[in-house]
Design a protein around this ligand. Structure first.
Ligand SMILES: Cc1ncc(COP(=O)(O)O)c(C=O)c1O
Length: 488
């Protein structure tokens, strides 16, 4: 058994402030350098001025507790206003209600819980299932996993990457009473397209199915793109048959992380989201969200950024993002080695290649100080490079595209290393379902990703993951995380 001294413990006395912050600065050295504006994922940075407003608002409410809205009515006021602004943005009628949550995943978990419990209360469904296009965010799988629901996955159209209404209908019909929710995205993360929500909603209305539209990524920005002339299917509460929606404010509304809303067509649906408990000796609990105690910072910062920019401020940002998206698309379409995926209804661009190794391309770019993301192949979607455009990154567009061109030439002759061949050889001989955790850890070691660190060639790790079936990928990632979050 280990002694406490092997692990990091509390310092005997508090550190001097300078030392404390110096240490924290040193922790940052390996982080993505988003401040330079060279990250094309994870960060939605509206620039210095807005950042100051967000920070000040967040700090004003850092210590207030959102646990009990009657104790801090100012938090309730801001939440009501943020939810109201969000509902109006999504063309909601007067009956639409909602809550502020910590992020897209929490919004999705809550909507899924509400749909599950609605089906239980109204139809007695014991074990429900949700119908998902393969492009629906992984958060729905997580929600199903946490809530004891099954998932039914439905392929999307191989050219447009939009969900296919008739295929969703067929899958839901097969489930019958067990279908507690059908999902559509606006936009999907991977291909940045809006699903044909009006057609899907009409089907759901006809059969009485709950339709959730995931606007986590697109809900806030898409209305601006539409006003600027970019067409996409209607996706919001103006469409009859949409039961609930999620929309993140910490993405393209630029709020501090920990900011999303979940909205319902009316209170009779939202009721099933709320959890109350009087069965213990302490204070009675009634929580609309998963979190109970929570900082007032995120809702205050969200309120502040919405009022800082206002409609005109967001429109200006949208104009710049739309022009930049078109520019990247035009560039991709001019590259003989690259194929754009989907239509970019909004401000992400994904491209595949049938002539160069994209994992090597991503590594080469990241070695030049960029952060660009590789997406693995799944279903009818090939492996691709994904760019999420961010206002503070647009000044780098020329350099980004020039570096892509240089790196494409650099990796043209790159062939996968021996690791992939070895894994491919081994795959033919083992029963993938029977692989135990020990063997998985050995596979991670071989791929240079043992002990929860990626020490080896990242491209090789991606190539190996890309070659594995999804269930095995997920197990490997779980093993990696389990090693990674170890004691210091
Ligand atoms: C379409 C979509 N839905 C849900 C989520 C999950 O959001 P979060 O990371 O805030 O939990 C994301 C995140 O990128 C997303 O793009």
């Amino acid at each position: 058994m280990s002694t406490p001294s092997e692990f990091k413990t509390l310092p005997a006395h508090g550190l001097a402030r300078d030392e404390l912050f110096a240490r924290m600065e040193s922790f940052r050295r390996e982080d993505i350098d988003w401040r330079s504006g060279r990250a094309w994922a994870y960060v939605f940075d509206p620039g210095e001025e807005a950042r100051e407003v967000i920070k000040r608002a967040y700090m004003m409410y850092l210590t207030e507790n959102g646990l009990d809205p009657t104790a801090f009515p100012s938090l309730l006021t801001m939440e009501r206003e943020v939810v109201s602004i969000s509902a109006a943005h999504l063309r909601a009628g007067p009956e639409v209600v909602g809550n502020f949550t910590s992020g897209g995943t929490e919004s999705i978990i809550l909507a899924t819980k509400a749909a599950r419990d609605f089906a239980r209360a109204t139809r007695g469904v014991e074990r429900g299932a949700i119908v998902l296009p393969t492009t629906a965010h992984a958060a729905f799988h997580k929600a199903a996993h946490y809530l004891g629901l099954d998932t039914v996955l439905v392929d999307v159209d191989p050219d447009s990457f939009r969900a296919v209404p008739a295929a969703l209908e067929a899958a839901a019909l097969e489930l019958g009473e067990r279908c507690v929710m059908v999902v559509a995205s606006a936009v999907s993360y991977a291909h940045c397209v809006v699903d044909p929500v009006p057609e899907i909603a009409a089907i759901c209305e006809r059969h009485g199915w709950w339709l959730h539209v995931d606007g986590c990524m697109g809900g806030f920005l898409l209305p601006y793109f539409r006003r600027l002339g970019r067409e996409h299917p209607d996706f919001d509460f103006s469409v009859p048959g949409v039961s609930s929606m999620s929309m993140d404010l910490h993405k393209y509304a630029f709020a501090a992380k920990g900011a999303s809303v979940v909205l319902y067509r009316d209170k009779s649906l939202r009721r099933h989201q709320i959890f109350s408990c009087a069965n213990w000796t302490g204070y009675t609990i009634s929580n609309a969200t998963v979190q109970s105690s929570k900082s007032g910072g995120p809702v205050a910062a969200a309120w502040a950024v919405l009022h800082h920019f206002g409609d005109a401020g967001y429109m200006k940002i949208a104009e710049a993002l739309l022009a930049a998206t078109d520019r990247v698309r035009t560039w991709v379409e001019a590259q003989p080695d690259l194929q754009a995926l989907g239509r970019s209804d909004m401000s992400h661009v994904a491209f595949a290649s049938d002539s160069i190794d994209l994992f090597a391309l991503v590594d080469a770019m990241n070695q030049r100080g960029w952060y660009v993301q590789a997406q693995l192949s799944y279903g009818n979607s090939p492996a691709n490079v994904h760019l999420c455009l961010n206002p503070e990154s647009l000044r780098w567009l020329d350099d980004l595209l020039a570096d892509f061109e240089t790196c494409i030439e650099q990796v043209r002759e790159t062939k996968p290393g021996p690791l992939l061949a070895m894994i491919e050889g081994a795959l033919g001989q083992v029963d993938l379902e029977a692989i135990d955790d020990q063997t998985l850890r050995q596979m991670l070691e071989m791929a240079g990703a043992g002990g929860g660190e990626i020490g080896g060639d990242r491209a090789d790790v991606s190539r190996v993951l890309d070659r594995l079936p999804a269930s095995l990928r997920a197990r490997i990632l779980t093993e990696f995380m389990n090693e990674s979050y170890r004691r210091a």
